[in-house]
Design a protein around this ligand. Structure first.
Ligand code: NI
Length: 190
């Protein structure tokens, strides 16, 4: 099942998401599949539960499109439950990021190159793992979503001001987008 994606401006994207327990979500695998389906339909490389209206610490990543530059990312498809960043390290580097909740806007964002995190997979198996390169980049972006942060927060005040009108338009649904979205300032979905 595909979800509509929540657009910029909705307060759920600003909420710190809560951890989940296996007993609360016996159908977690189905939910993970639905997140992947929604993400692929929108041609994304990552999607976090708050972006479909669920304030829980869950996100999915498929970084295999980057396997040209980083062959080890072939088949890099993972779900992260109750993720917690243990350490970020390495040189900061810049990459032109986008976000399915903020269609049509791409901006250079600086992040550290390596991230170590603790998380559970969709089988509730615990992992403590270190990622770098594009995998780290996508994970850091999605992790921000479960912390209620967006990549636009990381831009300079000037850059943010220049984008303000377009961001307001997105929250009103004034944007060309090929996947189904839910806009906070539109009373009835379109
Ligand atoms: Ni995003």
């Amino acid at each position: 099942m595909k979800f509509p994606i929540i657009a910029y401006g909705d307060p759920i994207l600003r909420r710190k998401a809560t951890s989940i327990e296996p007993a609360e979500y016996p159908h977690i695998k189905q939910l993970v599949d639905d997140l992947f389906e929604t993400m692929y339909a929108a041609r994304g490389v990552g999607l976090a539960a708050p972006q479909v209206g669920l304030s829980m610490r869950l996100f999915v990543v498929d970084a295999s499109v980057f396997d040209d530059e980083e062959p080890e990312l072939k088949n890099f498809k993972k779900a992260f439950i109750n993720a917690c960043i243990l350490e970020e390290s390495g040189t900061e580097w810049s990459f032109n990021e986008g976000c399915l909740s903020i269609p049509d806007i791409r901006e250079d964002v600086t992040r550290k190159s390596t991230v170590k995190l603790s998380y559970y997979d969709e089988n509730w198996k615990h992992h403590e793992e270190t990622f770098s390169g594009m995998a780290a980049r996508v994970i850091q972006h999605e992790y921000d979503h479960i912390e209620g942060k967006l990549f636009t927060d990381k831009l300079s005040p000037l850059r943010r001001r220049l984008l303000e009108k377009r961001l307001t338009d997105i929250s009103k649904g004034i944007v060309d987008v090929e996947y189904k979205m839910k806009f906070p300032s539109v009373k009835k979905g379109r």
